[in-house]
Ligand binder design. Sequence first.
Ligand code: GLN
Length: 194
Amino acid sequence: SPVIGVLALQGDVREHLIALAAADAVARPVRRPEELAEVDGLVIPGGESTTISKLAELFGLMEPLRERIAAGLPVYGTCAGLIMLAEKILDPRSGQETFGGIDMIVRRNAFGRQNESFEAGVTVAGIEDGPVEGVFIRAPWVESVGAQVEVLAEHDGHVVAVRQGRALATSFHPELTGDHRIHALFVDMVRAAG
Ligand code: GLN
């Protein structure tokens, strides 16, 4: 089984570890560059992208992560993790940086205050047996994508799931639902890359 890390600086790390194990991966938390070096793929969890950005700098992971992602490490980001994979954030907080990996511009907290949290069925290209349950928590959306990016899902006319090569990202949180189809897709991507 592939070894898949979950970036464990902040956010819903535990839920991703459980979902990855259920999808037949060996799952481990990653906090240090030496731990990053040992994984075949990496999940970047939901949480708070400004905090993840700061802690990645503090833990010396910003550059190693950028380099490994640019070199083709399979990555999957959910919500704040999607933001971390964007090449550009609209209105970033000062000092907020991303790892990059997907040629897209994202809008943080895009679904608005009155809708800070909601659930909706989302049809995702490549996921069979019906829509997934999309859990959106102060979720971003993808404002625009480059030519290499495949749009996998939209909600209310806004892009909420994308893939570019070995990088996958969703605005919503499959790790909170017990439905492991998207994690299984990512595990397949990691296997195919190995
Ligand atoms: N709004 C958060 C951010 O900007 C993301 C929320 C989440 O990951 N559930 O990082």
